[in-house]
Design a binder for this molecule. Structure first.
Ligand code: NAG
Ligand code: NAG
Ligand code: NAG
Ligand code: NAG
Ligand code: NAG
Length: 328
């Protein structure tokens, strides 16, 4: 090997490690400690206000972060108002919500520390606070994301986002594409312990499932007749609890009740019920059903890993002034 070859190899290796270091050192819990010391309080207060107005908002805000991260990394792209973009994908249209809450938080944050905090980081904080407000377990949010300026196509978005109509295999492969595994599929599906689903997301199970002429036989009979009543007039906007608590009523508590219902055929979405169709996932369903602390801890770990999904492009982004559009 000549001197110059080995030097070339050496600098490639150094470049590689510098890039790795850069990627790793990007996110840190202390990112805004000097530039926006009150950030976490501001966000928490605003999330609390939104929750007091409407409990459901906790689930909606959590889902925004998830739908942001799975599409081109956690870069706030789900917030962009771009016609034909992410917001208008099948998995988002008429179902992602909470944009006005994020806008309100962003403008409060901008008054305190202008031009400093990314919308992508606001989504990460808001997701954590939504879980805590719903009496889940807290975690330390890593910060320092930047906002992307591209909202990808409708088709690209639907290809990346797990959907209520996907098979378990399809869901697992969408998770694997972003570095998450079967265990993450199960713990993150546990987010359906809070929030509501529209008939649009499950009415396919109620009357003529997969062209059989019959409802989905894996669904509990009482739940089936209750949901048939709810959706029978074809109003796709009617909603029900994703996690059907015994006795009904909206108990907005983040916990493993979801897994118990799943084991009893009381999941609303077929994609939830499908977690029992493979031992790779049913294994974790049973573990979380038996151990709420384990569920809450694994959920928090999975959220941190999901929050680390980076935008694919190297030179990335800006700090948006207005979360719904790229800076002019
Ligand atoms: C359902 O809700 C969406 C927005 O949330 C609205 O645009 C649509 O018109 C509603 N559909 C019906 C049938 O009410
Ligand atoms: C998007 O997907 C739909 C349905 O699969 C297809 O008909 C359409 O051609 C696709 N559009 C683009 C731009 O790829
Ligand atoms: C169920 O759906 C299949 C396929 O879409 C259709 O051929 C069949 O007629 C439907 N059955 C009923 C009872 O509506
Ligand atoms: C989008 O971001 C990239 C990377 O920072 C930048 O080069 C590009 O000019 C931006 N485009 C717009 C329209 O702001
Ligand atoms: C942010 O941009 C949207 C357009 O995408 C606009 O309707 C809204 O008023 C803007 N908000 C602020 C605070 O400027």
């Amino acid at each position: 090997m000549t001197m110059s070859n080995s030097f070339y190899g050496y600098s490639l290796i150094v470049t590689f490690f510098m890039q790795l270091l850069h990627a790793w050192s990007q996110l840190t819990p202390n990112f805004y400690d000097k530039t926006c010391p009150n950030l976490q309080n501001i966000v928490r207060n605003e999330v609390q206000k939104a929750f007091n107005e409407e409990n459901r908002m906790a689930a909606s805000l959590l889902r925004l972060h998830f739908h942001d991260c799975f599409v081109n990394g956690c870069d706030g792209s789900v917030l962009l108002d771009v016609s034909g973009g992410e917001k208008f994908a099948l998995s988002n249209l008429n179902s992602v919500r909470g944009f006005e809450v994020v806008d309100r938080i962003k403008s409060t944050v901008e008054s305190a520390c202008p031009g400093v905090v990314s919308c992508a980081d606001i989504l990460a904080l808001v997701a954590r606070d939504s879980v805590v407000i719903s009496r889940g377990k807290s975690w330390t949010v890593l910060l320092g994301r930047r906002d992307g300026n591209v909202s990808i196509s409708i088709n690209g978005t639907d290809a990346a986002l797990p959907s209520a109509f996907d098979t378990l295999d399809a869901i697992i492969s969408k998770f694997k594409r972003v570095g998450l595994d079967e265990k993450d599929v199960v713990s993150l599906s546990g987010s359906h312990t809070i929030g509501l689903a529209r008939c649009a997301a499950f009415s396919n199970r109620l009357f003529n499932y997969s062209g059989t002429g019959l409802p989905d036989r894996s669904m509990d009979r009482n739940l089936l007749s209750q949901l048939q009543k709810l959706c029978k007039d074809g109003d796709q906007n009617q909603t029900t609890l994703l996690d059907q608590y015994p006795g009904g009523g909206y108990v907005n508590i983040f916990g493993n009740n979801y897994f118990q219902n799943l084991l009893n055929g009381k999941s609303v979405l077929s994609s939830d019920q499908a977690l029992l169709s493979s031992s790779k996932t049913s294994y974790w369903v049973k573990i979380y059903n038996d151990d709420n602390d384990r569920f809450l801890n694994d959920f928090a770990d999975a959220m941190i890993r999901m929050g680390n999904i980076s935008p694919s492009s190297g030179s990335y982004g800006q700090i948006r002034k207005n979360c719904s559009r790229v800076n002019r």
